[in-house]
Design a protein around this ligand. Structure first.
Ligand SMILES: *Cc1c(COP(=O)(O)O)cnc(C)c1O
Length: 381
């Protein structure tokens, strides 16, 4: 399904030796260098390295002193919502768009109340969300705007790198993401005061004199993670281009298959192709998404169901008012019918073509597979 892209071991070895002999193993010169390099790369004033995107989101929400309700998509990874719960905020889910898979900016206003303090949007699978429209909505209602940019390091929005939107954009550097430090996160912002608070916040809220300004966390990045991050920046662009190339191979290879649809990326934008997730129309394809997953597994091809279940259907969110009775038709429709195919820069053209071929064969033999799976189900006790 995926393989993390890491720098050659020899490239990091000398630096790791320096960390080991120097004695400063967390939040030191390599972390600072990584922050400076990423800020320059993204053309943003401040990047603050943290130990994960989840903690980065939690700290941003805390530092912005959000209160009450926060609007977010349900079609996202769990951590987007969890960060709000940990801050005692109420997640208010809004439906997404069926083509881009991103938060539907036109359905936000109906969910805004006098208790709403912010919008958290996500660049789903690295496909930039409509930041211009979201900024307009946020400004009109005087709301904070945060981007969960976990998937989007290196994505382009209207010609610029994603990273300067809203109050902050928070990237993930964990193993399934684009730029990898092992574990890690990065808060990008042009707001100097917010950056200062995140720096303090990742160190328990301590400004340096033990008189904590607020209840922070330990969210520091170890030096060796920063070393890996610095070296990985060097081949990030190549990596993203390779993923986009594989995505094109998939689109070409799957285009003709009845019932297969793709996530649309606006032609002004570039996705990182963090995931390649297709939509399977059961009626036209002849099998549902779950059956396709089983059939692919039989062929030795791993898949994932990103994102199923959506947040508002998770056990963790059933105690959130109304979450269980929410009507999010597009989110439900997508999450029941999407399947993510293997994508990583080391995936060969040949493998991508084999996967397309397997899906073509599975579709052509849909009736037989359907019958076999139905029989198997019947045999089960
Ligand atoms: C992975 C992910 C996160 C969490 O990132 P960590 O660095 O693992 O904490 C948050 N949001 C989204 C959308 C993600 O995919």
């Amino acid at each position: 399904m995926l393989r993390p892209s890491l720098p050659p071991f020899d490239d990091v070895l000398d630096h790791l030796k320096r960390v080991f002999s120097g004695g400063q193993i967390t939040n030191g010169q390599y972390v600072r260098e990584f922050e400076n390099k990423t800020a320059e790369y993204l053309d943003v004033k401040h990047c603050v390295a943290v130990s994960s995107c989840t903690l980065g989101l939690m700290l941003v929400e805390r530092a912005l002193e959000l209160t009450g309700e926060v609007i977010l998509p349900s079609f996202t990874f769990s951590a987007t919502g969890h960060s709000l719960i940990w801050n005692g905020l109420k997640p208010v889910f809004v439906d997404c768009l069926k083509d881009s898979f991103n938060l539907d900016p036109f359905k936000i206003e109906e969910k805004i109340t006098e208790r709403t303090s912010a919008i958290v949007a996500v660049h789903v699978f690295g496909n930039p969300t409509d930041a211009d429209l979201l900024t307009m909505v946020a400004e009109k209602h005087n709301l904070r705007l945060i981007f969960d940019a976990a998937h989007a390091f290196g994505a382009h929005y209207r010609g610029d790198l994603v990273g300067r939107g809203g109050d902050a954009e928070v990237f993930s550097l964990s193993p399934t993401k684009l730029l990898i430090t092992g574990e890690g996160g990065l808060v990008a912002t042009n707001n100097g005061e917010l950056a200062r608070k995140i720096r303090i916040g990742r160190n328990y809220g301590d400004p340096g004199n033990y008189d904590c300004e607020f209840a922070g966390l330990n969210a520091r990045m170890p030096e060796w993670n920063a070393v890996v991050g610095i070296k990985s920046l060097g081949f990030l662009e190549e990596n993203i281009q390779r993923r986009n190339y594989i995505a094109r191979l998939y689109r070409q290879g799957l285009r003709g298959i009845p019932g297969v649809k793709f996530q649309t990326v606006d032609f002004h934008n570039r996705s990182t192709c963090k995931d390649f997730t297709i939509f399977v129309d059961t009626e036209k394809f002849g099998l549902n998404r779950d059956m396709l997953a089983i059939a692919l597994d039989q062929e030795g091809i791993q898949t994932r169901k990103y994102f199923y279940p959506p947040l508002h259907k998770m056990k963790a969110y059933q105690r959130v008012d109304e979450a269980c009775v929410l009507n999010l038709p597009v989110t439900d429709y997508l999450s029941k019918n999407v399947i993510s195919l293997p994508i990583y820069s080391l995936l060969s053209d040949d493998d991508a073509e084999k996967i397309c071929h397997a899906i073509t064969c599975i579709q052509t033999h849909g009736h037989e597979i359907h019958r076999v799976l139905a029989e198997k189900n019947r045999e089960m006790p």
